[in-house]
Unconditional design. Structure first.
Length: 277
């Protein structure tokens, strides 16, 4: 079976591999197609696509936008034009707000005697978009958390003591930006919304009315029951489904590209259906 992974991150946001290294890793791992979906940036898309053409991996230009909502909301954009002026302009503003958000997070951590500075965050980001995963890695290296996952679960996720709700755009604005860049918008990792079924259904209905094209039907942390429920939700609202592992390299070492926790397979037919736009 031809396998794919449509949710990955590079050093341009909070992954540990450069875009070129990531595509080569996908090739070695037996994938025939992937999407580079960095957080709030498209700066690695051209490099990833060029590498893909060179070594025979289909690379879908993508992005993962963080948004203000009643819950944790990330919107994936596929088939985008990474040079669309409206998108590029918005991403500059979003990047500035990200700095504000992480500054707030560092201040909240300090109030709990956890010392993480913005200088350290910028250093580990290496010029990429600043992300919570950078803070989580620093916390792990300093002994404040057992792992980046532990840092998120105890301190940085929604509902945790040091979660900052500051975001630059709303969920509907994220969908609009993706559509303006010629792309299709997909709601990412639905379980992280933590919404009960009725509220999730209403949430998806509202986003669908705003132009949502699909939802993430395959994801590393989904149980079989979750996957079945979310795919049924997609069918109810006439939405397409995407799939990816949320691969970050060493920032999330428990996740393997294309395989998630080791037992995940996303067939190329998922991407083939997504292309029927």
């Amino acid at each position: 079976m031809d396998r794919i992974d449509l949710h990955t991150h590079s050093t341009c946001s909070d992954g540990s591999m450069t875009p070129a290294e990531l595509v080569r890793h996908a090739k070695v791992s037996g994938l025939c197609a992937m999407a580079l979906s960095d957080h709030d940036t498209v700066s690695g898309v051209d490099e990833a696509m060029a590498t893909g053409r060179e070594i025979g991996v289909e690379v879908i230009p993508a992005i993962e936008l963080s948004a203000v909502s009643a819950t944790e909301t990330h919107i994936l954009g596929y088939f985008i034009d990474p040079h669309a002026p409206e998108l590029v302009q918005a991403l500059g503003r979003i990047r500035d707000i990200r700095v504000e958000r992480l500054t707030e997070t560092c201040a909240m951590l300090k109030s709990h005697a956890i010392d993480v500075s913005m200088e350290e965050v910028r250093a580990i980001a290496g010029g990429g978009v600043l992300c919570r995963a950078h803070i989580a890695k620093i916390m792990t290296e300093k002994g404040y958390a057992e792992s980046p996952r532990d840092a998120f679960n105890r301190w940085l996720n929604v509902g945790c003591p040091c979660y900052s709700e500051t975001q630059a755009i709303t969920d509907e604005e994220a969908i609009s930006l993706i559509r303006a860049a010629g792309g299709d918008a997909y709601l990412a990792h639905l379980h992280l919304t933590k919404l009960p079924d009725d509220a999730l259904d209403a949430f998806v209905a509202r986003l669908t009315a705003a132009g949502l094209h699909g939802i993430e039907g395959y994801y590393t942390d989904y149980t079989a029951e979750m996957a079945e429920k979310y795919r049924a939700l997609a069918k109810k609202h006439h939405l397409a489904i995407s799939g990816g592992t949320d691969f970050h390299g060493s920032f999330k070492p428990h996740i393997s590209i294309g395989q998630g926790l080791g037992n995940m397979e996303i067939p190329y037919t998922v991407l083939a259906e997504m292309k029927k736009r």
